[in-house]
Design a protein around this ligand. Sequence first.
Ligand SMILES: *Cc1c(COP(=O)(O)O)cnc(C)c1O
Length: 445
Amino acid sequence: MNHEESRDLYGRALSVLPGGVNSPVRAVRPYPFFVERGEGAHVVDADGNRYVDYVMGYGPLLLGHDLPDPVWSAVQSHASAGPMYGAPTEVEVELAEFVARHVPSVEMVRFVNSGTEATVSAVRLARGYTGRDKVVVMQGGYHGAQESTLVEGDADHPQPSSKGIPATFAEHTLPVPFNDEQAAREVFEEHGEDIAGVLVEPYLGNKGIVAPVEGYHETLRTLCDDHGSLLVFDEVITGFRVGGLSCAQGKLGVTPDVTTFGKIIGGGFPVGAIGGRAEVMESFTPTGDVFQAGTFSGHPVTMAAGLETLRYAAENDVYDHVNELGEELREGLTDVVADQAPGYTVAGTDSVFKVIFTRDGSRSLDDQCSAGCQQRPDCPRYDHCPKNGADVAAGETDRWERLFWPAMKDEGVFLTANQFESQFLSYAHTEADVEETLEAYKRVL
Ligand SMILES: *Cc1c(COP(=O)(O)O)cnc(C)c1O
């Protein structure tokens, strides 16, 4: 593969963009390919190379790169009507109605412009609603680039995970390991009266993929109820991806107090949203005293793209298609891994997948989870499959990033750039793409 054009572009980018990129995960070594255009399930780079795309914008592109006619014409008509106004429009009401109709925990929505903005606002809402300062987060969880959640360590020793965040901010954040009910109980025993909320991805999607063990979210639900804290599901990745239109909360049957959205809900345009019960949501200004505002919030072009994407998914076989392909891909990967790298773990659900380079596995694979780790206690791999972010990070992450990712790229398969981020199927992917991808895994693993 020739990458001269991308290399030249990266040379220019390094002079004017820190690290040559606008989001650090894109700065793959030695340099990223620059995308010229998307075509269905593929991207074409500046040198004309084509890749099957499982990055899908890091999650937003449920329908792939070619927007179906109703989505495209809604985007065009809202853009040509004048891009935005600073006054309300019908389309934001329609999208809020759609979300409230389909997502179990949601009665009201506040739209913002990124997943980060959604989690910032959700944390402020939880604090304002409860009058408490502390938030529980999962070690290895990701809630965007915000001060309250860029925190590592444990509940006794929380520290900022980035420079630029005062240690005194991190003091109010209590990190616990995902899937550890005992740790959750202990943090509530010690700090229960000060905990405004628990912020959790239903599936760890940015250091994973890690599925919840049976009963974990139910335990968080009960602890929050017993202590008057809010359970906040960060569904920025899982929303309208896992569990279809009812999201991961519908699939898991656990109803949070507040949900954050992003990615798919904007149909490929910048977006975030916070949803929940009316009584909680009305704590936001102007009805309540928790300040929240945004010039671009509820942007008509984004709202139209999100609404028509979700309507399209409701009216067509989108979720059947992506989930069946996901199942097929994870089943195929389970076979390839069993043959060639039996220590590795195939993870994911619905249209999300990842092979985690875990270091050891069980001797018998009889009756293992057949299409991605579901944390089944009677699976022979159960004691070896990752339960939390630290377990994923303990795998062969350098091998994944430095050898496996570039080799897959050379095979024409575009994966997320490191071990940790989820990969996605779209409505544009086909069985032929999946078969080609499995052949590539076979050659590279
Ligand atoms: C992507 C993501 C975010 C941040 O969203 P941005 O739009 O990148 O700010 C927050 N939470 C989760 C779970 C995410 O996957």
